[in-house]
Design a protein around this ligand. Structure first.
Ligand code: ACM
Ligand code: ZN
Length: 474
């Protein structure tokens, strides 16, 4: 069990009869709580679960690294503040083969996060093999070209086809790899918006019937799934049936964000559904879809999670809301007693600019948000997020945790992903583990040591925090 984390990098010698390193479960500890005891006689690590022991091993790895292989006598007793500590990777706008996905998972494990949210379908590519619908990957995983530069101003495209997808065997391999590191993989299958790749494969899923083309540029499409036709619901259930076989996670993410209602307004099927179901408007039509999928998932022992737009036409108590447009949706959901994961874009979108220095901003890859938008998502800003603002004691119970997002429009290769992820992910991990005992100067000191570990592992990271260029120039 220690091998994936400690690797061959730590040679443990014992001069006593006892083993140099003993790992044990301890039912008196909370599920994610661990106690790491390093004495002259050896190292004893106890945890309330396998995951908890893994966190202890990560701490041991850091200790060994920071002390050049000699572990000091120390006792660490820790447990995370939040049960949900996640990071999302978009593989639709730009793709990562599973080697890179595993590297992303390794980075999450180093930061003691426990959820990998895998954004698998979008307008620009469908990335998961579904046996029953082969065109999703045959057609839907490839776009004809890709917008060059900032999509808000560019009308230039490459004419290089761009594609990629995961076979079901690869998905299983990634899920198992993550599980060995204490990480749950939550798949995201987007509906009803961000679904143009599916429409291109099966045009009958849309209101107009198409034809549709896998999108070459970023943004939001007016073409979305037709909720009027029962065949769309059948398709979604078929897809999710295969998804549930691959992913054991309690939560299944159904997207739900940025779905324009224009097509539904002029679609006879959608309008007929609205009439027959007594819905008041198109916002309730989206809620109708979410409710049907939510019930279907619940019958199979799973929970639905979606972006905060799923609140707009009313949402069932059992849905979990991922608040991304700031914290407003999360606060509203928690006040209704829904479970919430906080992913506010102005704190935890790691595709946003991470330095205020205009000269540096120019040298960043184009990022989401505009260079002159303030505030940028600096390390300090992410660190200072207050997950409970606006909530009373009971409502706070609804906040499951926090997550950072990597949207890949402008991150063509994985080195850029690392540059945007690190070191901001460390600030997120700090909120997730210890937002009740924050101390920025102390965190800063520790982050400089973590940076050396990034160097050893060959992880790329942004330099701005470390060289003092991420703050607003005075
Ligand atoms: C999102 O960023 N559209 C969830
Ligand atoms: Zn329709």
């Amino acid at each position: 069990m220690a091998a994936p984390i400690l690797g061959g990098k730590l040679a443990l010698e014992s001069h006593a009869a006892a083993p140099a390193l003993s790992l044990a479960g301890d039912s008196s500890l909370a599920r994610e709580e661990y106690v790491l005891d390093v004495t002259r006689r050896g190292i004893e690590l106890r945890g309330g679960s396998v995951s908890a022991v893994l966190y202890g091993l990560q701490s041991l790895r850091q200790l060994a690294f920071e002390n050049r292989g000699t572990i000091p006598v120390v006792r660490i007793h820790d447990k995370p503040f939040f049960a949900y500590r996640g990071a999302m990777l978009d593989v639709c706008r730009h793709f990562s083969p599973i080697g890179e996905v595993k590297r992303f998972i390794d980075i999450l494990a180093l930061h003691k996060l426990n959820v990998f949210h895998w954004h698998l379908t979008d307008d620009q590519g469908w990335r998961i093999e579904i046996r029953r619908y082969p065109a999703l990957t045959q057609t839907g995983s490839v776009r004809r070209g890709t917008v060059v530069g900032d999509h808000r101003t560019s009308s230039e495209y490459t004419d290089e086809p761009y594609g990629g997808y995961y076979t079901q065997d690869e998905i299983r391999e990634v899920v198992a790899y993550a599980a060995e590191r204490g990480i749950m993989v939550i798949p995201e299958i987007e509906m009803p918006g961000h679904a143009v790749a599916a429409l291109a494969a099966y045009p009958w899923l849309g209101c107009t019937g198409g034809p549709y083309e896998v999108m070459r540029t970023w943004g939001v499409s007016e073409d979305v799934l037709c909720i009027g036709k029962e065949s769309t619901l059948g398709f979604l259930k078929d897809v999710l049936t295969e998804v549930l076989e691959l992913f054991p996670s309690e939560y299944i993410h159904i997207g739900g964000d940025e779905s324009p209602r224009k097509r539904w307004k002029s679609c006879p099927f959608c309008q007929e559904r609205i009439r027959r179901e007594g819905l008041r408007n198109e916002a309730e039509l989206q809620s109708y879809l979410v409710r049907r999928i939510e019930e279907w998932l619940r019958d199979r022992g799973r929970r639905l999670i979606g972006w905060d737009e799923i609140l707009e036409g009313g949402v069932s108590q059992d849905a979990t809301v991922m608040s991304w447009r700031g914290t407003r949706g999360g606060i509203e959901a928690a006040r209704h007693g829904n479970r919430v994961v906080m992913v506010p874009c102005d704190y935890f979108y790691f595709d946003y600019y991470q330095t205020h220095d205009p000269a540096r901003v120019e040298r960043e890859t184009v990022a989401t948000g505009r260079p002159d938008d303030v505030p940028h998502v600096t390390v300090r800003r992410a660190y200072e997020f207050s997950p409970y603002e606006g909530l009373d004691g009971g409502q706070r119970q609804c906040i499951l945790g926090v997550q950072g997002n990597i949207w890949r429009e402008y991150m063509v290769d994985f080195r850029q992903v690392e540059h945007m992820l690190l070191p901001r992910l460390a600030a997120l991990a700090e909120v997730a583990w210890s937002c009740d005992r924050r101390d920025f100067p102390d965190f800063s000191r520790r982050l400089f040591r973590l940076k050396e570990l990034y160097d050893q592992e060959g992880y790329r990271y942004a330099p701005y925090f470390f060289n003092g260029t991420d703050t607003v120039p005075q």
